[in-house]
Design a protein around this ligand. Structure first.
Ligand code: GBH
Length: 512
């Protein structure tokens, strides 16, 4: 009832400003505003065009791995409907689009076989179509999906051979697309690939120490070996780009991390230290080697010789291998120290000796989102940006993802899903604090991408969570704009429709 009233109020444009309203003019004219997707989550067509099976194709077909038993075989059918999706972006008025390339489409057999021209052509079509509409491609080379053959043949990230394979794949992409692509990111959230793949085992290749859950593995050792090879793979690709392509093509290359913000649970030194540890284990694990040639001190102290070492030659290769930091930011949590005072830590936080919680003295840190462990905390985006600014000397940054999930169950009211006022509020409030990081913090942030353009396959959650600005009907695959799509279009046009909206009075965090 309240929702219906809300929407009609918006159409009548009767209600004056309530929430703090951010607008386009608070960001530089050259700022990238876009939407983000990834290959496995939207493309479908998992056997089409000479593509080989990816690790995710294989993993999702194992019963019990994905919550609703679904997979990305069809997903949004974007492989066949990409022109429709390009038109959606065009109608939003974005100036950039972040998407990823399916390695299995380009090199179905890795470096052990030929380049697949059908795969090359598919991304050429997308790149050309968006450029024609004034939309810059922001390309992720790897967003979780790798050719299964690399897993079967030599154990993918656990083997140093992956550096050659990854370097070769990157080079093929630079050669094919680099004349038009000016923003490359090597990896999406390697911190997730590694911890979920080799520590908890929730993601492929399903490695962990618990033999009841995982096919094999050693959660104390393998994550650090796999990350080591991934970091060196990043450096290999950047080396190739810098030596052979960058001068001529003039683009930037960086990496994207999943970067939550953390607040100390208690105002005691131990919890402040725990925040630093949590941030280091999430981000500096990858960024310190890539910028400074070695793992962060926070990890050395705890892990000792469980951390692999970089040779002098590798250190040299690593130094300064970043033109930008990509930040995927959704949420903030409290952390509590478990190093000085032992306490229960989750599987994923074990080695950092921190305990995560959303609650302090019975009060939540922010409104809970549909994804468990996620809370709406708008100021977190400013703080995480300032953390990267300080630690990495204001290296250019992009918010490569931020977004708001909705629960979707069979029979959910489409009307409710379309009237996504909570998402609009989330986007408005996070953008407000992002603008503040630029204005007051002097942070060199150059772009912002909403996850996601369309509802899509949400990994372990299958189709039960919806992040899209466009609703997708899973039976007909029809795309329908949510209210947030209209909001984003208006925002990019210089009008924030929050001007005309009110929100339910029980919603939290109205920055002013
Ligand atoms: C990003 O991951 C991804 O880049 C994107 O593909 C994804 O669709 C989007 O965010 C929305 O989730 O943590 O063990 O409970 C964000 C990190 C990692 C959060 C996996 C959810 C679920 C498994 N995501 N996590 S677990």
């Amino acid at each position: 009832m309240k929702r219906a009233v809300l929407v009609s109020i918006w159409y009548l444009q009767l209600i004056p400003l309530i929430s703090c309203v951010v607008d386009r003019s608070q960001f530089p004219a050259t700022f990238l505003f876009g939407t983000a997707t990834s290959s496995y989550q939207i493309e479908g067509a998992y056997l089409a065009g000479n593509k080989s099976l990816s690790n995710w194709d294989v993993f999702t077909h194992i019963p019990g791995k994905v919550m609703d038993g679904s997979n990305g075989d069809v997903a949004d059918d974007h492989y066949y409907r990409y022109m429709e999706d390009v038109e959606l972006m065009h109608s939003l008025g974005v100036n950039s689009y972040r998407f990823s390339i399916s390695w299995s489409r380009i090199l179905p057999r890795g470096r052990f076989g030929g380049v697949n021209s059908v795969g090359i052509e598919f991304y050429n079509n997308i790149i050309n179509a968006i450029l024609l509409r004034g939309i810059q491609p922001f390309v992720t080379l790897n967003h979780f999906d790798i050719p299964q053959v690399l897993e079967d043949r030599y154990g993918s990230w656990l083997n140093s051979q992956i550096q050659q394979d990854y370097g070769y794949f990157a080079e093929v992409c630079f050669k094919a697309y680099g004349d038009r692509v000016k923003y490359w990111s090597t990896f999406n959230e390697p911190n997730m690939t590694i911890t979920l793949g080799y520590l908890s085992g929730d993601f492929p290749p399903n490695h962990c120490s618990q033999s009841t859950i995982c096919i094999s593995g050693d959660s104390a050792i393998e994550p650090y070996i796999a990350a080591h090879n991934l970091i060196l793979s990043h450096a290999t690709a950047v080396d190739i780009y810098r030596k052979k392509f960058q001068a001529k093509q003039g683009g930037m290359i960086g990496i994207v991390l999943n970067a939550a913000w953390y607040e100390p649970l208690r105002s005691i030194p131990a919890d402040h230290l725990a925040v630093q540890r949590a941030l280091a284990f999430d981000n500096a694990w990858f960024l310190d080697p890539i910028m400074y040639g070695d793992y962060p001190p926070e990890m050395h102290q705890i892990l000792g010789n469980r951390l692999p070492t970089f040779s002098m030659k590798e250190k040299d290769k690593l130094m300064n291998k970043l033109d930008f930091v990509g930040i995927n930011h959704y949420t903030t949590k409290y952390v509590k120290d478990c190093l000085f005072t032992p306490c229960n830590v989750g599987t994923l936080q074990g080695d950092s000796f921190v305990y995560f919680t959303g609650e302090r003295d019975g009060v939540l840190i922010g409104e809970p989102m549909a994804m468990s462990g996620y809370y709406v905390v708008p100021y977190g985006i400013e703080k995480i940006v300032l953390y990267f600014k300080e630690r990495y000397n204001n290296t250019p940054m992009f918010i490569t993802e931020t977004g708001f999930p909705q629960t979707s169950y069979p029979g959910a009211s489409v009307k409710d899903l379309l009237n996504d006022t909570k998402r609009i509020e989330f986007l408005n409030d996070y953008l407000t604090f992002l603008a503040k990081a630029l204005r007051d913090g002097g942070a060199d942030v150059r772009g912002y991408f909403i996850w996601s353009l369309i509802d899509n396959f949400e990994w372990l959650f299958g189709y039960t969570l919806r992040f899209g600005l466009y609703y997708v009907d899973w039976l007909t695959l029809e795309r329908i704009p949510k209210l947030s799509a209209t909001w984003y279009r208006q925002f990019l046009n210089g009008n924030n429709i929050l001007n005309y909206m009110t929100f339910p009075s029980n919603s939290t965090y109205h920055p002013s």
